[in-house]
Design a protein around this ligand. Structure first.
Ligand SMILES: [Cu+2]
Length: 383
């Protein structure tokens, strides 16, 4: 039974060694790579109003910036919500893998999952299974009545120490690289969107675009109890996505450029999570968490609050609509006080310093696609 013991000791040693090394190394590296938490914001969101009337209460508390280009009638009427593509940016029936990814870090993470983690897990699991079966069949008491008295085997001991180390290094290198990439701060000129979690809806503020704010409630489901009074039912507009995921006002952002998402909460801890954009960050009251959101393609991407936050935790979905810059600008102008960040900043920059590099000052409406390769966070998987 000695070989059986060897196998058990080997698998135990691999597990214990791997776990302790991972616990010792990864959190420290992650902490070193992650930026320090942002200071507590001076402006507190007093949005604990109940569902009905919360929208007006929130909007009333927000000063509306009326400077800059105000309304463009043609642009305002140009916006209609995008119709989502079935199965894209949303869960699918019977799906067991990760959702298709639409951000550089998401594609990198998907690659790590498919090329590094799953093959390693499969290989280790099969190896352990084979060793167990061999042990049971060959070294049982009937077939192997006289057990070996071997207690040491240098080669075996070196191997079962070294192989787990190499496996952990193979996992750690791309993992730490991914952590570093996805927490890299946004470029200084990136568009800022402030996300606030509320019981039980999300609100999205656009400080670079005139400081207007939209509240986002889940659409009611026909035939089921009304969750959000005064909100329409899902399916009543042609662009509605899946029930329990579609909202009345989506978070609209430009595609193909980095967006600085600043996330906080007004009451309890929520979590802003969109699986197909590889984005999940806690929304903590009194604190701003920041992370770059980069969406490669226009589309509608759905997520849900991912921190238990009360009785309607399951009914505060997230719908992110990524539009080409020109259409995003039209959406901004469809709001009272909406200001086009890019156009305004570009004008300011060129007026004050004509020699300044205007190319990175903003993403002009007509060449949003050209801006994509210049973004620092677009490093793709080392496939
Ligand atoms: Cu929540």
């Amino acid at each position: 039974m000695k070989s059986g013991n060897h196998v058990r000791v080997a698998s135990r040693a691999i597990k214990a060694f791997g776990l302790s090394l991972a616990l010792a190394i990864l959190p420290q590296v992650a902490l070193a790579a992650a930026p320090a938490p942002a200071p507590v914001p001076p402006v507190a969101q007093a949005s604990t109003a109940p569902d009905k009337g919360a929208q007006s209460a929130l909007n009333a508390g927000n000063p509306v910036n009326t400077q800059g280009p105000t309304t463009d009638a043609a642009a305002s009427s140009a916006y209609t919500p995008m119709t989502p593509t079935p199965g894209v940016g949303m869960p699918v029936d019977g799906g067991i893998g990760l959702q298709k990814q639409f951000s550089p870090s998401g594609e990198y993470a998907h690659w790590i999952h498919d090329v590094v983690l799953v093959p390693l897990i499969t290989g280790i699991t099969l190896l352990v299974l084979i060793l167990l079966i061999v042990t049971v069949v060959r070294f049982n008491r009937r077939r192997n009545p006289v057990a070996s008295r071997t207690s040491h085997n240098t080669l075996l001991e070196v191997a079962w120490t070294l192989v787990p180390v190499l496996i952990l290094v193979a996992i750690a290198v791309p993992s730490i690289d991914l952590i570093a990439k996805q927490y890299k701060p946004a470029p200084a000129k990136a568009l800022t969107v402030k996300v606030t979690g509320n019981q039980w809806f999300w609100s999205y503020a656009y400080p670079d675009n005139g400081e207007f704010e939209v509240n986002s409630y889940m659409l009611n489901v026909p035939g089921q109890p009304v969750l959000n009074a005064g909100i329409r039912e899902v399916g009543s507009k042609p662009w509605d996505g899946p029930s329990h995921l579609e909202v009345d006002n989506r978070m609209v952002v430009p595609a193909g450029e980095p967006i600085r998402l600043q996330i906080t909460a007004a009451d309890v801890i929520h979590s802003f999570a969109v699986p197909s954009l590889w984005f999940k960050l806690d929304a903590v009251p009194g604190r701003i968490n920041e992370k770059v959101l980069f969406i490669e393609k226009p589309g509608v991407y759905y997520g849900q609050c991912s921190e238990l936050c009360g009785v309607k935790h399951g009914y505060m979905p997230i719908a992110v609509e990524a539009l080409p810059r020109a259409q995003f600008n039209a959406w901004v102008l469809s709001h009272a006080g909406g200001v086009i960040d890019g156009q305004k900043k570009l004008a300011d920059t060129t007026a004050q310093a004509p020699a300044a590099d205007a190319s990175d000052a903003a993403v002009p409406a007509d060449n949003a696609s050209e801006a994509v390769p210049s973004v620092e966070t677009t490093s793709s998987p080392a496939a």
